[in-house]
Design a protein around this ligand. Structure first.
Ligand code: MLT
Length: 231
């Protein structure tokens, strides 16, 4: 397992990439597919998203944490209820999370992980039988604590599931230790992180509570061609 915060495309070749953006893009993906969305098309720009609207997609995403003008949905997991998203094809564009998915596209498999589905994601990654790269989406290429925490939890779960010991790089070992020493105060850590503080300031503190839940979902979003679907 290697865990990176910076993503050279060649890191992903022949591997499974697990993209993590706990606050909030990958938590939103898990929630949206759990609420019955048919698929999520991750795009990098607002313009690409708008072009797809004409093809029947529902637009979702944020810039500066807020819903994009003209979009139906923002990036708050609670926006993605079955009443709104069931059976719909979504387009999602976010500042960091959807960009990270694009960076990882050279991998054999691309999964999306959050605290909500960390154990399910660890299990799926083991079943795919490739070396694993955990890509912490972070914020504008800076490390985000909550993504490292989730990476550490996934590594911890993969080690528990494996009958033999698995190789983990130094950053991954550090994140596993961080997770082990912090698992009783996950919400507190999320609220104290830079992304958490920013979301609280902008009035999204409820999103932090929902993204801090552990293993409430068995859904593993997986990239299939250009679309993210249930893996
Ligand atoms: C992102 O993908 O950039 C983040 O999820 C931003 C956000 O919290 O809306």
């Amino acid at each position: 397992i290697s865990s990176v915060n910076e993503a050279r495309a060649d890191r992903f070749t022949h591997r499974t990439a697990i993209v993590i953006d706990v606050l909030r893009a990958t938590s939103t993906m898990v929630t949206a597919l759990g609420a019955g969305a048919a698929s999520i098309y991750p795009v990098e720009t607002v313009l690409e998203a708008r072009t797809l609207q004409r093809q029947g997609y529902t637009l979702a995403g944020e810039r500066f944490c807020r819903k994009i003008p003209g979009f139906e949905l923002g990036n708050s997991p609670e926006d993605f209820t079955p009443e709104i998203v069931e059976g719909r094809r979504l387009v999602l564009t976010t500042t960091n999370g959807t960009r990270a998915i694009h960076k990882a596209m050279r991998a054999d498999f691309v999964l999306s992980a959050a605290l909500l589905n960390a154990s399910a994601c660890a299990r799926s990654a083991m079943e795919l039988r490739r070396d694993v790269v955990l890509l912490c989406a972070g914020c504008h290429d800076d490390f985000a604590l909550e993504d490292g925490l989730c990476a550490g939890m996934i590594i911890d779960r993969m080690q528990a599931l494996s009958s033999t010991s698995i190789d983990v790089d130094d950053f991954g070992t550090a994140m596993q230790g961080f997770y082990q020493s912090s698992k009783e105060r996950i919400t507190e850590i999320l609220k104290g992180s830079s992304s958490g503080k920013r979301l609280i300031k902008m009035g999204f503190s409820r999103d932090i509570d929902s993204c801090a839940q552990i293993d409430t979902s068995s859904i593993v979003p997986k990239l299939q061609g250009d679309m993210i679907i249930i893996g």
